[in-house]
Ligand binder design. Structure first.
Ligand SMILES: [Zn+2]
Length: 628
């Protein structure tokens, strides 16, 4: 790997960008090689315009096919082919406009293009809304007959099988239309919550140790919760959550409204529970959800070991809830130029084989990635793709270890897209969410192991080990706690029980205290944090967060298999790459099983816990050495 050496000029530029008080550079000043090449999608904006018009021209042809699917297997194939072709072209038009707008959110021309593309997508959705109900109307026998009669339908088998699977939970056309018309109403809880906490909630102001007065909104809270000064953290935490507590009744009403909407929809669709209804979409068995909760409960001692280690490293008498985001070891300021980050990730991914590394290397060279922040550029990071072109990544790369890790993460998504797109027809190119975060997290894991091998000094090792443990605490334990809370509130509504602010506080505090070992003296959780549920937007997403935990479990387990593969064999790696090439040609759980992790068992979770304990053993050794 390259040394952690950075040319002075670039380091200065990166440091400048890292400080939010200094305006970022204009996009025109960013070197071209560090920008993505949107010309690979459309050479000119005129070409984009022509493509948009071409899609719009074909949309009515899709609407006109209504009622023809039953006429013959051949007609069915022609209709599905046209649907996929238009969808593929529409997606390319949409991806271009949205990425152009993300480059500079002040660009009104790009914003207008994005709006036109969105309207086109809405039109396409309306013109094709009849397809799934009509397919269901064909019935399982007829669909299977068509699949047998027309070989050209083979790529559509997963789609058609899924239609058959959904039939028992699909209503009559009239009832479906009624449910769809209720769709916007059912999200009122979420939209009121978003508006209130995003724009209108009066956040408190506190005075911190520097004498500065800080307004503690969500962004300030995430900054201050990681501050080394404990007194400041405590002041900020207390003020922030006390304010949520003031509004707990309103915020309970918005959350209860959302949960009741989930409950009404699952009843209408004849599901036994909201959990079953939510997991049905990706065909994930509810046992996997329960398995995760059981596994986490059984392994709380491992979390407690981590918390005690954190207490020891922070040198506090008693760990409290305000300490969980503070740095546990003096921060080692690792810096990497974008070129170094590319080289390091390519080396770190070598266990995935030469084909994988060569494709990503080519992707970096051909400008898949938009690296640097610039004025007006969208925050955060993502990977996006256009079928038949290649993936793209938006980053706001600032040269820190977190940024390197983000590149590894997003490159995991990009390569998943690249491999699936290369191997699959359009209809099955898109992979399920349940596996998506496995591909990204696995690459973070490979980066971590690569860095550990490459660094010599103990401080850097401690920093890497500590960051990795923090990440497991957060994605594995905290997200599962959320998943358990989410399940409990849905079960209460299913039983017809109310959800008041005080009910939610009691429930949440009980869970947090259990997870963090409050009664056992592991971590003090004060009463005021009972309201933390009101701060978490994910509870509105309908059983989403558990996938953060299952992804990290699967990724650690798969990475383990790949890294410990006996010399001379590549079976684990090959099985994993096959999954990356599978898109949505199968469901998530069988895809993972073929890749080498059976999420129906505790084995992958045990592998993750073994890794977490190994890391803590390493840290113990390093700390003992330091003392001695
Ligand atoms: Zn991701």
């Amino acid at each position: 790997m390259p040394k952690f050496r950075t040319p002075v000029a670039i380091l200065a530029a990166l440091a400048l960008l890292a400080s939010p008080s200094v305006p970022a550079v204009e996009r025109s000043q960013v070197p071209e090689r560090l920008t993505w090449n949107l010309a690979d999608l459309f050479k000119t904006q005129d070409a984009w315009d022509a493509a948009l018009k071409d899609v719009q021209r074909r949309i009515p042809r899709l609407a006109a096919l209504k009622g023809t699917l039953a006429s013959s297997a051949d007609q069915l194939k022609r209709a599905l082919d046209l649907w996929m072709e238009v969808s593929k072209d529409a997606a390319r038009v949409g991806v271009y406009a949205s990425m152009l707008a993300d480059q500079d959110t002040r660009d009104t021309k790009a914003a207008a293009m994005k709006q036109r593309a969105e309207q086109m997508q809405v039109d396409l959705g309306s013109a094709t809304a009849w397809i799934r109900p009509e397919l269901i109307g064909l019935g399982a026998d007829r669909i299977r007959g068509s699949l047998a009669a027309e070989a050209g339908l083979a790529p559509y088998r997963p789609l058609l099988d899924d239609v058959i699977r959904r039939a028992p939970h699909t209503l009559s056309a009239e009832d479906e239309a009624l449910l769809a018309s209720m769709g916007s109403v059912s999200d009122t809880g979420q939209s009121v919550y978003g508006t209130f906490t995003g724009a209108e909630m009066p956040f408190p102001e506190v005075k911190v140790s520097t004498g500065e007065t800080v307004r503690v909104d969500q962004a300030a809270f995430t900054k201050w919760r990681a501050e080394p000064n404990r007194a400041d953290r405590q002041v900020v935490y207390k003020a922030f959550f006390s304010r949520y507590h003031d509004f707990r009744r309103t915020l309970a009403a918005t959350l209860a409204g959302q949960v009741q909407a989930h409950d009404a929809a699952r009843k209408a669709r004849k599901f036994e529970s909201s959990l079953q209804s939510a997991l049905f979409n990706d065909n994930v068995p509810v046992e996997i959800y329960r398995q995760l909760l059981d596994d986490v409960h059984a392994n709380l001692p491992t979390l407690h070991r981590y918390l005690k280690l954190r207490q020891r490293l922070m040198g506090v008498d008693k760990l409290s809830y305000e300490d969980l985001y503070a740095p546990i070891v003096p921060k080692v300021d690792l810096r990497f130029t974008p070129e170094e980050a590319q080289a390091i990730t390519l080396e770190a991914f070598e266990p995935l084989g030469p084909e994988y590394v060569a494709a990503l290397k080519k992707g970096y060279a051909e400008r898949w990635v938009d690296f640097l922040p610039s004025t007006g550029k969208r925050q955060g990071a993502y990977s996006n793709g256009a079928y038949g072109v290649h993936p793209f990544q938006l980053l706001n790369y600032n040269g820190r270890y977190e940024d390197l890790s983000t590149l590894a993460h997003e490159s995991g998504h990009s390569m998943h897209t690249y491999l699936s797109d290369s191997a699959q027809p359009y209809v099955t190119h898109d992979y399920p969410i349940f596996v998506a975060e496995v591909a990204s997290t696995l690459n973070e894991n490979l980066l971590f192991h690569h860095m550990l091998k490459s660094v010599g000094d103990d401080d850097t090792r401690l920093f890497l080990l500590g960051s990795y443990l923090d990440n497991l605490r957060h994605t594995l334990f905290r997200q599962t706690l959320f998943a358990e809370f989410e399940l409990a509130i849905h079960q209460r509504v299913e039983k017809g029980e109310p959800l008041t602010g005080d009910d939610l506080n009691t429930l949440y505090l009980g869970l947090v205290r259990k997870y963090y070992g409050h009664d056992a003296g592991v971590c003090q959780v004060d009463d005021v944090y009972a309201v933390e549920w009101a701060y978490i937007p994910h509870f509105y997403y309908d059983f989403y967060v558990y996938q953060y935990a299952t992804s990290v479990v699967a990724a650690v387990s798969l990475a383990n298999g790949i890294l410990t593969e006996p010399q001379g064999t590549t079976a684990s790696r090959d099985a994993y790459l096959t999954m990356l090439k599978s898109g949505s040609s199968d469901y998530a759980v069988p895809l993972l099983e073929k890749a080498g992790v059976n999420m129906r068992t505790s084995a992958p979770f045990q592998a993750a816990m073994a890794e977490m304990n190994r890391i803590m053993d390493d840290m113990d050794r390093l700390l003992a050495k330091r003392k001695g």
